[in-house]
Design a protein around this ligand. Structure first.
Ligand SMILES: Cc1ncc(COP(=O)(O)O)c(C=O)c1O
Length: 387
């Protein structure tokens, strides 16, 4: 499959990224803030009734945090370190949720002292810690959902609890003096099946109704998580279609009076705004008659492309050379044999590709810089720039 820049960036954007790239040594990731802003505006327009809590784990560049801050967005924060980053940009605690269900009591306290009063939970022990360290706060309970087979980067069993337990936790929250505020879920990152939200919202409706009818508890918020699409090799519906369908699911279950709706997008906002540039270090064949070459490049799993694990995320890969192509195995530069990017899914690259040529990895603005190792084999973390 031949990748064309025009399928991923408009001509002006690609020219801007390319001009910048030509002046820097590889490997690095450059992020186009204009594209990020446009995608944010599109999301806000597609979900006019929802509040956006940006999942800062996807990419915490200060330039992006400032754009979000100025657009009035909120932030889904997973650790005290992310909290410090967001607050350093002047964001106040009332615009932040502590979205990680796994946290230490002293970190809960740290958030509370900074003015954060919205916490995710999915277990009794964590809920009791929140009640002690952040008394009176609002909590939302994360439920397990289906959809891991249709998500490119599933979040599966690690987070969330079953419906019955979610209801028990809401009641316990009330008894502990907290505010049982809502229910959250995440249908899996890069979720291709929009129907995954349908079944999750239906579960939420049951919880809302049963808690109200049986216990007089009125939940107020649904957190629809992330999972919205970025533009990789395997195509998805566009964001507008996701929004239309999800709005329809909400209307079917909740009528015209929606509870407060929260979104926690990461990938869909920032992936397409990024371009990662690497260089071919070595091209080899394992024997004289081998039908494919190995192409080793100066970025690998440990340099920021960890989402190639199990070949889950297939980044569009562009090279400037044209001509006859051949299937290749793509691998990173480190001394770990796990550092093979794609072996089963065969990328095709031109036969005249040579050492020193550049590889342009499209849609790499999300989950690259943050995953980059700090020193494996002495390689420094992935450089990044924002233009
Ligand atoms: C709690 C939570 N919210 C939101 C996100 C962002 O999801 P996505 O990048 O699919 O938009 C994640 C991703 O891991 C998450 O764990």
């Amino acid at each position: 499959m031949v990748i064309k820049p025009e399928d991923y960036y408009d001509a002006e954007t690609f020219a801007r990224l390319k001009t910048f790239s030509d002046q820097h040594d590889t490997p690095f990731m450059v992020l186009d803030s204009k594209t990020f802003t446009r995608q944010l505006d599109e999301l806000i327009e597609a979900f006019p009734y929802a509040k956006t809590y940006y999942a800062i784990k996807a990419n915490p560049m200060p330039e992006l945090l400032r754009i979000l801050r100025d657009r009035g967005c909120c932030f889904d924060v997973a650790s005290r370190y992310e909290l410090d980053k967001v607050m350093a940009e002047g964001v106040t605690g009332d615009r932040i949720s502590y979205g990680n269900t796994i946290k230490k009591p002293k970190d809960i306290r740290y958030f509370y002292e900074k003015g954060v009063t919205l916490f995710a939970t999915d277990s009794e022990a964590d809920l009791r810690n929140i009640a002690k360290a952040a008394p009176g706060s609002r909590v939302f309970v994360r439920i397990l959902t289906e959809g891991s087979e249709t998500a490119d980067w599933p979040l599966s069993r690690k987070f969330g609890c079953q419906t019955d337990m979610a209801m028990d936790l809401c009641l316990l929250a009330r008894d502990l003096g907290l505010v049982p505020y809502g229910i959250s879920f995440h249908v899996g990152s890069q979720q291709r099946d929009i129907g995954a939200w349908d079944s999750a919202i239906a579960k939420v409706k049951v919880i809302f109704e049963r808690l109200k009818d049986e216990d007089g508890v009125n939940l107020r918020m649904i957190n629809l998580g992330g999972g919205f699409p970025a533009n990789y090799i395997s195509r998805t519906n566009d964001l507008k279609t996701y929004a239309e369908e999800i709005t329809r699911f909400l209307r079917e279950d909740f009528g015209d009076e929606f509870p407060e709706i929260i979104l926690e997008p990461g990938r869909s906002l920032v992936a397409n705004a990024g371009l990662l540039v690497s260089e071919v270090v070595l091209i080899s064949r394992k024997d004289r008659t081998s039908l494919h070459r190995w192409v080793f490049t100066d970025i690998g799993k440990f340099g920021g492309l960890i989402e190639t694990m199990d070949e889950s995320i297939k980044y569009p890969l562009f090279v400037e050379k044209k001509g006859e192509t051949e299937e290749v195995v793509l691998a990173g530069p480190t001394c770990d044999s796990a550092d093979i990017l794609y072996e089963n899914y065969k990328y095709e690259l031109p036969l005249n590709l040579a050492m020193g040529d550049r590889l342009y990895w499209f849609s790499t603005g999300a989950y690259t810089t943050t995953y980059s190792a700090i020193e494996f084999n002495g390689f420094p973390p992935l450089k990044s720039f924002c233009i």
